[in-house]
Design a protein around this ligand. Structure first.
Ligand SMILES: CC(=O)SCCNC(=O)CCNC(=O)[C@H](O)C(C)(C)COP(=O)(O)OP(=O)(O)OC[C@H]1O[C@@H](n2cnc3c(N)ncnc32)[C@H](O)[C@@H]1OP(=O)(O)O
Ligand SMILES: CC(C)C(=O)C(=O)O
Length: 555
């Protein structure tokens, strides 16, 4: 039996901070990014990355334009240690990239970490220890002062190692782990103490990284914590403030964005949000959120499918089809009213005078991420007339007349209702061809024709037809080719019909483009049929479309 939550859980103990200013701010520029996939991401994998997967991930992060990359926890294992050595010894770190490594505040781990870093050009040396009350009590059994002493001793040791390795450009980073669970004044006190040991300067800059190691509150509270820290930390101008949001409540993105309003300069996270438990904040989402607001994120995801494929391979984890910007379904509309709006959006875009992206239901242009427009509309039983019309337009250049869109949509609806499945573009195309006579398997097929224009209002047409396999030649007259054809077909088939609608256009833009004609005929019983045909010339396509429509009246 479940216990009542009120007897088991307590609400987050937020602190009052009415001086907050972040709600009135907006984000105007990208933060400094640090990708921690190869450390925080890696430590959460079922099978941590081996050397080859790490190299692949490192190269991907460089391709995407990350300039700070946490490459590992060198004291954790030989794989981690050797990987860092491999990068340094083989000169694999571009000059504009700084590697970052993590160590706990333990002397033997710090020593091993510096061994791994010998000969590196630029390094962020990142030290952490947990500071929240529950960790002080349960994990360390230490008082606040003892925890400060542990951090400062570690900071001093790090500083000594840096002094001994002056050829490397060092940046210090300190993370008061589980900052967001800690008492704010204690977090500030411990960071002031570490800063006093490190004495940051231009030569030895310092980052204070404020993690929500376990996300435990709503994102506005995290933003308050960040603003409180930034406004109460006495050496704010000497340090870069970084955040490291985890996603336990599913709000890491919001927490990261609000923390930028609250004063953070830098964000640590992972591609696709990999990381401990529910993951770290997803850097792809954050960057593309900025991009779609007209802010240059300073990282490049122009081929998002490639990025996702490498991340999937290295992490051995799947990507959810609804994952923002990346999932297979995020640029696809199945539902009719969405499809209609998107189709109209693309039509409007061809005529619009400005270049801004204004597209119903598509907050970002899929083409900017290397995705095609083909899949923005997919067809199932939730779809409407614009769905199948879009598929024909995108794949075959076909511009269905509005009434035919409606009629074809009913045909497709019947199929999707029956099958319960999506119809692929190939299935939609073959249904269209069968339905409107484009397969060439009709009662009436055209062999040859000849047109004589006797006067502006008199056309003589000679048609060589195949009717149910038998060849017949007939002659008829009318005020145009279609009326002459109608006269011939009425006589030959004994069907009393008339042409209700006729449209044609070229398929493609070159001089040898083919023509497509659409004809709707109705008979005395009030039945109507559409025929469609494609031919090298417009007379051929219109006569064939007529035959295709009339064929349907012949049982
Ligand atoms: C929030 C984070 O993601 S922090 C990063 C966490 N990442 C990892 O742990 C991955 C890499 N880690 C490892 O491979 C291993 O933990 C190692 C090799 C580094 C260390 O392994 P071990 O020596 O077995 O230590 P273990 O992992 O059990 O750590 C627990 C000990 O470290 C202490 N400790 C934990 N964090 C810290 C810290 N930041 N600073 C100082 N001591 C710490 C604990 O109090 C405990 O000490 P105790 O045994 O005296 O009680
Ligand atoms: C080491 C720190 C930054 C960390 O990974 C966390 O707190 O989640």
């Amino acid at each position: 039996m479940l216990t009542n939550p009120e007897t088991k859980y307590r609400p987050f103990n937020a602190f009052p901070f009415p001086e907050r200013t972040w709600p009135n701010k907006t984000i105007t520029q990208a933060p400094i990014w640090c990708a921690v996939d190869m450390r925080d991401g890696n430590q959460s994998l079922i099978n941590p990355m081996d050397h080859d997967r790490k190299i692949k991930f490192f190269n991907l992060l460089i391709e995407c334009g990350f300039k700070q990359i946490e490459v590992g926890f060198p004291s954790a294992s030989d794989t981690e240690f050797n990987f860092v050595r491999h990068l340094i010894e083989n000169n694999l770190i571009p000059d504009d990239v700084t590697i970052q490594v993590l160590t706990a505040a333990r002397p033997e781990l710090i020593e091993r970490t510096f061994e791994a870093l010998k000969g590196a050009k630029k390094v962020v040396i990142h030290v952490y220890n947990a500071i929240a009350e529950i960790f002080r009590r349960i994990v360390f059994n230490k008082s606040q002062d003892e925890i400060i002493e542990m951090s400062c001793n570690a900071a001093q040791l790090v500083s000594d190692f840096c002094e001994k390795n002056p050829d490397t450009h060092w940046t210090f980073e300190y993370s008061p782990e589980n900052f967001s669970l800690a008492e704010m004044d204690f977090a500030i006190r411990i960071c002031e103490a570490v800063t006093n040991v490190w004495k940051p300067s231009e030569q030895r800059p310092m980052i204070i990284n404020l993690p929500s190691s376990v996300e435990s509150s709503t994102p506005n509270i995290f933003a308050d914590q960040i603003e409180y820290f930034c406004t109460h930390f006495t050496q704010r101008d000497k340090v870069c403030i970084s955040v490291h949001p985890h996603n336990d409540r599913g709000t890491a993105i919001a927490a990261a964005e609000l923390s930028l309003l609250a004063g953070a300069d830098r964000i640590e996270g992972c591609l696709l949000g990999n990381g401990e438990r529910t993951g770290n904040v997803d850097l792809i989402i954050l960057a593309l959120n900025l991009y779609s607001q007209g802010i240059n994120p300073n990282v490049d995801f122009h081929d998002i499918k490639h990025v996702a494929a490498v991340v999937k391979e290295c992490n051995e984890l799947p990507v959810h089809p609804r994952h923002p910007y990346v999932g297979d379904l995020v640029f696809s509309a199945f539902s009719g009213s969405h499809q209609d709006a998107i189709k109209k959006g693309f039509q409007t875009r061809q005529k619009q005078e400005h270049s801004y992206w204004e597209m119903p239901y598509l907050p970002i242009d899929p083409a900017d991420l290397g995705c095609s427009y083909e899949a923005v509309i997919r067809v199932n039983s939730q779809s409407g007339k614009s769905g199948s019309a879009w598929v024909l337009q995108q794949n075959h250049g076909i511009e269905l007349p509005p009434h035919l869109q409606r009629e074809f949509s009913n045909v497709i609806q019947e199929k999707t209702d029956q099958s319960g499945h999506e119809l692929t573009p190939a299935e939609i195309w073959s249904t269209f061809r069968e339905e409107y006579g484009l397969t060439g398997q009709n009662k009436l097929t055209l062999q040859e024709f000849n047109v004589e224009q006797n006067s502006p209002n008199n056309t003589k047409l000679k048609l060589a037809l195949n009717i149910d396999g038998k060849k017949t030649t007939m002659i008829g007259e009318g005020n145009g080719v279609l009326s002459a054809g109608t006269a011939i077909l009425k006589e030959k088939t004994q069907v009393d019909f008339r042409i209700e609608e006729y449209t044609e256009h070229t398929l493609g833009k070159s001089s040898d483009s083919r023509s497509i004609s659409y004809i709707k005929c109705s008979n005395k019983k009030g039945e109507s049929c559409w025929g469609v045909a494609i031919d090298n010339d417009i007379l051929g396509s219109s006569l064939k479309a007529l035959l295709n429509a009339v064929s349907k009246f012949i049982k």
